[in-house]
Design a protein around this ligand. Structure first.
Ligand SMILES: [Zn+2]
Length: 458
């Protein structure tokens, strides 16, 4: 049979078939697709995936193993299956949940809310099935120095305060953080006690740095450098003016982004190798750097993906004019940001070449970054930076799972959860084909992007 039109119909078919036999009862067999399993290995043709109770029970070639009688067989000849995508840098908003899944993103690494909707409440609602969306992991509120950049962050001024902020997040269950997020005003003096406490409590730390350079933070044990922050400060001879600029968030961002243009290729390579040696990961979010470098280009606001963003003007994705006003960025700033881009790409390439772990993330739902869609933009940018399409897919699947320390997601091998994306065309040669989604499976359930779009428009 071909792929059923509606999830409900699939449920009925499964029920009828299951009534006749027992061994394949409740099982789905995906047959004949090319499989990219997230491991980074070459695509496997004529794949057979058996799924039961939301988990992969077998992954083989067609005819290598028998499909148990009673299983619902879905013929996927001509299609390509990839693991459900992981956005490794998200600020998850409630409205965005179905958007992620419609774009094949089945797990999100939330790094602190943009709005006052608590990430813990969202995560609890998702876990209970009260709302539909991706698997959500969260840092809870960011930990920042003083004054905190955002009102919903926790501001710490002393070592004991830094330790207390970590302790508060170590609560077990849905009220606890899966990892920590530290922000631009954390100084080395605050980072030391913070990392000491985080290590004791076995909490990983995602770092958007400002007043600490990347090498200092990596050697102190942070897990990931978000946006490649702190790299310029680690590379230049005198980072003091950069640290001072980070007193104000936007001044710091502007200075750091422009700072890339002053780095020569030898310095970039040396810094990338030194960082890779520490085993810190990077989540480059090239799509943020690219978007901000072209923020004044009005065509970005009308690109097709923006149709997935609610029309209300209060939505941060649409708040471009106010950001332009706040930053006061001029043509010379945008020109510098654009000149920074090839150097950032070189850093990603050299970091990967030195054995560093690169994960794909987006920073959605910030300005012009559409939840779900922007991860496909990141995949394209990663390939333009020098990753192969398969390496880019690994960055958005297995590497995201490694960052999350989430063993059950990110690759398609027996025992993992059945989160996957069925593509109409192979992305192995052309990464843009990750956008050509036939349907998505999450928690073993088939969902169609068209049906999701119809549902959120009504
Ligand atoms: Zn962010």
């Amino acid at each position: 049979m071909t792929a059923p039109r509606f999830p409900l119909l699939l449920g009925l078919v499964a029920l009828v078939v299951a009534a006749c036999t027992s061994s394949g009862k409740g099982m789905i067999a995906l047959q004949g697709a090319t499989l990219i399993d997230g491991s980074g290995g070459p695509p496997v043709t004529d794949a057979l995936l058996l799924i039961k109770d939301g988990r992969l029970t077998a992954v083989a070639r067609v005819n290598e193993i028998k499909v148990p009688r009673g299983a619902v067989v879905i013929d996927l000849a001509g299609k390509t299956i990839i693991p459900g995508l992981i956005d490794a840098h998200a600020h998850v908003e409630r409205w965005a949940l179905p958007r992620y899944v419609a774009w094949g993103v089945t797990s999100v690494r939330d790094l602190g809310a943009l709005s006052n909707d608590s990430a813990f409440a969202l995560k609890a609602d998702l876990g209970a099935g009260a709302v539909f969306g991706p698997r959500m992991y969260t840092s809870g509120a960011m930990i920042d120095g003083v004054p905190a950049t955002y009102p919903n962050a926790t501001a710490v001024a002393t070592g004991p305060e830094a330790r207390r902020a970590v302790d508060q997040r170590a609560a077990p269950g849905a009220a606890g953080a899966d990892y920590l997020k530290i922000y631009t005003k954390i100084t080395p003096a605050l980072l030391r006690p913070l990392m000491d406490e985080a290590t004791t409590l076995r909490l990983r730390v995602a770092a958007h740095l400002g007043k600490t350079d990347a090498l200092t933070a990596a050697r102190a044990g942070v897990t990931s450098l978000e946006h490649m922050s702190g790299v310029v400060e680690a590379a230049v001879r005198n980072p003091a003016p950069y640290f001072r600029a980070h007193d104000l968030f936007l001044a710091g961002w502007t200075r750091e982004e422009t700072g890339w243009t002053a780095l020569d290729s030898a310095t970039i390579s040396r810094t990338a190798r030194a960082l890779a040696q520490t085993h810190v990961a990077i989540v480059p979010t090239l799509v943020v750097h690219e978007t901000l470098a072209h923020l004044a280009d009005t065509s970005l606001r009308s690109r097709a993906e923006m149709a997935d963003v609610p029309a209300d003007t209060g939505n941060v994705v649409r708040q471009v004019t106010s950001l332009l006003r706040r930053t006061n960025w001029r043509a010379a700033d945008f020109a510098a940001f654009q000149r920074a881009r090839p150097r950032q790409d070189l850093f990603v390439r050299e970091f990967k070449r030195a054995g560093g772990l690169v994960a794909a993330g987006t920073d959605a739902a910030n300005q012009l970054l559409v939840p779900g869609a922007s991860l496909h933009e990141e995949l394209l940018l990663l390939t333009e930076a020098g990753l192969s399409p398969l390496e880019a897919i690994t960055a958005a699947t297995r590497h995201g799972a490694q960052l999350l320390d989430a063993d059950s997601v990110g690759s398609l091998v027996p025992g993992k959860v059945a989160d996957l994306v069925v593509l109409n065309a192979s992305p192995a040669q052309n990464i843009n084909n990750t956008r050509d989604i036939a349907w998505v499976m999450i928690r073993g359930r088939i969902v169609r992007p068209d049906s999701l779009r119809t549902a959120w428009k009504n």
